[in-house]
Design a binder for this molecule. Sequence first.
Ligand code: B12
Ligand code: SF4
Length: 511
Amino acid sequence: MNVLLLSMPDSFEHMPPVAIRMPNGALASLAGNVDQHHRVAVADLILVQRRVRETVTRLVRELNPAVVGLSIMTFQRRTAARIIDLIRALKPDVKIAVGGYDPSLAFEAYGEMNVDYIVRGEGEVTFRELLRSLERGSGFDKICGLSYRDNSNTRDNPDSRNDNAWVHNPARPVHRLEDKEEDSQIRLPNRDARVLKGYTLLGRQVDVIETSRGCTYDCSFCSIIEMRGRNFHTYTFDRVLADIRDAREHGARTLFLVDDNIMLNVHRFEALCEAIIAAGLNQLDYFVQAMTSSIANNGETLAPLMRRAGFRYVFLGIENILEGDLEFLRASAKNTAREDGHNVGNATLKAVNYLHRNQMYVVGGLIVGNPADTRESIEANLEFARRYVDWPYIQHPTPYPRTPMTKEFRDQGLIQNERLEEYDGTTAVVRTEHLPAEEVEFMRWKAERWMKTQHIPAVLRHDPWFVLTHAQKMLAHTFRGSSFLSALGLESEKKVFERYREIRSAEREYV
Ligand code: B12
Ligand code: SF4
């Protein structure tokens, strides 16, 4: 069977496509896990952000897929709907499957779209079984994690239009990852299936790898708990190293570890660093996401080891520097430093220091605009970012489907914007008890643009050619909305912000 897998073109403020275009890890993993005789093509539409319609049209015509699968986040739902309509118009009888966080957690919304199957939760085994059933015509009722339309009414009675009755099979238990049985294993991703080129992270070819899945924390803003429950499963080091080698053989020089929370088991992570060094794979640059507590509490040995293994950027889930906000975000525990078995306060500064002392850069993940936030509390977080982080990754709390936070915001009547395509993390869609959403976003936007420029010298040292050839475009992206007049101080920042929002709104029309 010919299968086309697509990830959406929508990007957000902190991932400017001029510098960052990463592959979607889920699709290559799905491609590696269907039965070998299928012909699968993976297209990450971020690589053709301004040519989506032409590219999808060309791929559907060239590949003539029997099944098309789309991977979708919530802020990409509108684009996904447009792409689905386009595919249907090009090939009315094609079977369309959707998966990823948004279809899994907001499956009702997809029930109303022109799709045939919703894959909820982990997809490798479900999708493999779906293709088998389609090939054999054997029905879908045994496939855990699958939602499908029950057309029996339409079959029995051709006049009936009741073809919208969705059947939601029971959830699929999360995969243990270490399974040895051939049919239940998750095999390596199939990177050969990718049909578009141009992946990059600051000028170096980038790929993603996974070493584990899951998390046992329950931060209120995170979708993970509802997606897969609180658990943590790991791949063997042999598999991880094979995956790294495969990514390198496919040209990658930078690897992004997409684990939900790799730092849950620090000893394992240290052993993984050792294994990377022993295998001589530490010449690659690694990006990883980390909890501040793990780095603060183990930094003495962990940070030097990470550096030797090739880790260069660490995305720290600081979330907020104020205790009240951390409580709202349910993120206090993962940000607490411990000494001699006792809690000794916020772990952030300690973690930042360990990373800096070991020549690693801190991508500072902060969330501002929580219900109790005032101008002063937001400014305190922005000031922290100015002083201590190398690359700011500041977001606003966003009510994604089925997170605990979403319920709280709804109960408090703080959600100001229901346009999901703006739920990209850097558009404030909820107000605080004291400030409207626009004001929160304006404060962040104004501060963050300048913070980003401070990191240019560090990138210049590492990738001079990239900076020399792309600096102008990157600055133009960071300062979108600015004008000659605003540079001279003859136009207010608010005016520039309005223009930036208009540009951003036009950018979102990908299809
Ligand atoms: C790594 C990661 C990133 C990386 C992305 C790197 C990359 N190119 O893949 C970075 C840091 C860049 C990133 C950015 C963003 N991310 Co992010 N990210 C994650 C994270 C940690 C892991 C995702 C991952 O790759 N997992 C590994 C793969 C294999 O698993 P998977 O994606 O779940 O896919 C499986 C299933 O979902 C399913 N599946 C997926 N697609 C499909 C398609 C089909 C057809 C089928 C059948 C099945 C299927 O099968 C897959 C295999 O089992 C998650 C979750 C978390 N713990 O926070 C958040 C998460 C996915 N991100 C999220 C968000 C919101 C974003 C941002 C918008 C803002 C932000 N928070 O930073 C940006 C947008 C990026 C952009 N396009 O511009 C949200 C999505 C919420 C939602 N409801 O949409 C999550 C869930 C975090 C959260 N807030 O809860 N992210
Ligand atoms: S620690 Fe990270 S992955 Fe775990 S619940 Fe919190 S935000 Fe989600």
